[in-house]
Design a protein around this ligand. Structure first.
Ligand SMILES: Nc1ncnc2c1ncn2[C@@H]1O[C@H](COP(=O)(O)OP(=O)(O)OP(=O)(O)O)[C@@H](O)[C@H]1O
Length: 304
């Protein structure tokens, strides 16, 4: 369904944009239907940039993103782009920022109506909104018609997912969608994602939280400085991590006062020549087990 093929993103920063910032480096992955792929990494590792490129909110510098085999960057014309967003939607960290405080929450649904459902009568449209709301476990009578400040962050986040479900979505980019929620609401939203996955939705789940990654995902992608450090079936990656960075991260999870930076620093001091790129001409992560890949051990691209 969704494939990224050696996707890179270089931002231009500094005075007059003269400095290149390699935010994403040669990332390849797939999100099939009914599969949750977690993108996990510390702040600044490029997770959101990948989500934004998939949603076409920022252009790809090199490589290709395809949905059902069609190049996403090359979608030209309003109709093609509208068709894409019918199937691919994003939900982001701060639900409050997606709602206008002076309008009832229903307005986020109404914004879709003109673009996607111009032929529906008022009654049909209201029924569709109610169905979407119920599908995410909310009681329409309790939430519709209310103002954003009258609802919890978890209810607003569910409404945004319901809004996406009003369309015929097949891929959801969920970018840190539970970071702002309390522990019990988090589990509700995670379980909701699990239910949607069972219905065939593919999910690109962006998080900096390793524990959330294990709970929700089928495939785990560990990003380090914009590149894939390790990628594979979640159980495999967590049970038998092969990259020293992943090992360091997992070892640090139950220990307080250790951070992503600690794992990074340990790796920097331990890493010698990168074994992944020891062979001439080797490029990109190397397969170390079934669907299990390990990326470069050093900071920048290895000498090939
Ligand atoms: N529009 C932009 N212009 C310039 N640099 C950017 C832009 N957006 C992101 N960056 C930089 O790209 C790198 C990756 O950022 P990104 O937001 O993708 O990381 P992230 O892993 O999602 O981090 P976080 O968890 O903090 O959101 C960072 O160094 C960031 O400062």
């Amino acid at each position: 369904m969704l494939t990224l093929d050696r996707v890179s993103k270089v931002y231009r920063v500094g005075t007059f944009g003269t400095q290149p910032l390699n935010a994403v480096r040669d990332v390849s992955l797939t999100v099939p239907p009914g599969v949750v792929v977690s993108l996990i990494g510390e702040s600044g590792s490029g997770k959101s940039t990948i989500g934004r490129m998939v949603l076409r909110l920022t252009p790809v510098t090199s490589g290709a993103i395809a949905f059902d085999g069609r190049d996403v960057a090359g979608l030209s014309g309003h109709r093609a782009r509208k068709g894409y967003y019918r199937h691919v939607q994003g939900v982001f960290q701060d639900p409050f920022s997606s709602f206008n405080p002076i309008f009832p929450v229903d307005r986020v649904f109404d914004m879709l109506r003109g673009a996607y459902f111009p032929g529906l009568s008022d009654t049909e449209w209201r029924a569709s909104v109610r169905r979407g709301t119920e599908r995410v476990g909310l009681d329409p009578g309790q939430v519709l018609g209310r103002y954003p400040h009258q609802l919890s962050g978890g209810q607003l986040q569910r409404l945004l997912i319901a809004r996406a479900l009003t369309l015929d979505i097949r891929l959801l980019v969920a970018d840190e969608i539970i970071s702002m929620l309390d522990a019990s609401t988090r589990i509700d939203v995670l379980n909701l994602l699990g239910d949607l996955r069972a219905e065939g939705l593919g999910i690109l789940f962006v998080t900096h939280d390793l524990a959330l990654g294990t709970y929700v995902s089928d495939t785990t992608v560990i990003l380090r400085r914009g590149a894939v450090a390790e990628m594979g079936p979640t159980r495999q990656v967590y049970a038998s991590p092969r990259h020293p960075y992943t090992r360091g991260l997992l070892a640090s999870v139950p220990r307080m006062h250790r951070t992503w930076a600690d794992a990074d620093a340990e790796l920097d001091s331990a890493a010698g020549p990168c074994p992944v790129h020891s062979g001439p001409g080797t490029a990109g992560p190397v397969e170390v087990g079934p669907d299990h890949f390990v990326g470069c051990f050093s900071d920048d691209a290895c000498p090939e």
